[in-house]
Design a protein around this ligand. Structure first.
Ligand code: DGT
Ligand code: MG
Ligand code: MG
Ligand code: MG
Ligand code: MG
Length: 268
């Protein structure tokens, strides 16, 4: 078929193929969730409904898209890691990123009611996305460690801040003033000596965020088969199924990676 004279506009498209052998990370972040969380009355410092909805949406991304080996989320963000040998959409960054962002956003709206019940969604939320490539396992682990360290720093601050306000009856301005220049040890000490709270006993999901990985899971189903003389017989069939499993554990140390050594491929 003859090409139309308009065909040349295709050449304006730029190549955005992700470098081979690299892990492709897509990180999403809620747009203006400062306002979104206020308007939807998220509890402070952490809202378990909101965190549950984020994780549910991330699971949908893993189940519906190809080649995602691990995802990590906290606050209004989630990072998705594609396996380094993935050739999904010919590794085109814009395709991968927009599929992740749109699948996540539509899931966030789709599953809203499961987590927020009758509380209405007041307007359509949005998520920005970015793509980052990591060439080595060390780089990828350090990326995920960076996000989990961020979760820890913010959650420790927010936990002390809102404890000072909610239990210590400080104003938000006073609480901010009180925490200026304090180190992690000082914050732990405020919680412990003034409020009898051990930060390490706070919920793991808040301290460590949520890590999603694929795990094999044995599923036994009962099937009816026809035996001799057409009599029906129940048989149990066990099959192995891959499911998305959530963890709220440390992923900075080596232990997690040793226990789940199938997630990353060798650098070799
Ligand atoms: P952005 O990302 O530049 O469009 O702007 P924001 O406002 O989304 O800023 P970001 O992503 O740095 O911070 C996340 C906001 O979401 C932050 O204001 C706290 C809020 N947020 C996230 N999770 C929770 C939660 O569980 N409870 C409450 N109260 N707020 C939350
Ligand atoms: Mg931001
Ligand atoms: Mg945000
Ligand atoms: Mg954020
Ligand atoms: Mg199409």
């Amino acid at each position: 078929m003859a090409k139309s004279k308009f065909e040349y506009v295709r050449n304006f498209e730029v190549d955005d193929t992700c470098l081979r052998n690299c892990y492709i990370v897509v990180r999403l972040d809620g747009r203006n969730f400062h306002k979104f969380s206020e308007q939807h009355k998220f509890t402070k410092p952490n809202d378990n409904r909101a965190l549950g909805l984020m994780a549910r949406s991330a699971r949908s991304v893993m189940e519906e898209l190809e080649d995602i080996i691990i995802a990590y989320g906290q606050s209004d963000e989630f990072s998705f890691v594609f396996k380094r040998t993935s050739n999904w959409f010919k590794r085109r960054a814009s395709k991968l990123m927009t599929h992740v962002a749109s699948q996540f956003s539509s899931s966030y709206v789709f599953y809203w009611k499961e987590f927020f019940g009758e509380q209405p969604l007041l307007y359509p939320p949005g998520f920005d996305g970015r793509v980052v490539l990591y060439p080595s396992n060390r780089n990828l682990k350090d990326y995920l460690s960076w996000r989990q360290a961020d979760c820890h720093i913010n959650n420790l601050y927010n936990t002390v801040f809102w404890t000072l306000v909610q239990k210590g009856e400080l104003t938000t301005v006073q609480a901010e003033e009180r925490l200026k220049g304090t180190l992690a040890a000082d914050k732990n000490e405020i919680l412990f000596s003034e409020f009898d709270l051990n930060y390490n006993n706070e919920a793991a999901i808040h301290r460590k965020g949520t890590t999603l990985i694929w795990e094999k899971h044995d599923e036994t189903v009962t099937k009816q088969i026809k035996g001799v003389n057409d009599e029906r017989k129940d048989v149990h069939v066990t099959r192995s199924k891959k499911i998305v499993q959530a963890y709220h554990c440390d992923i900075i140390g080596e232990e997690f990676w040793q226990q789940h050594s199938n997630i990353l491929e060798d650098d070799g």
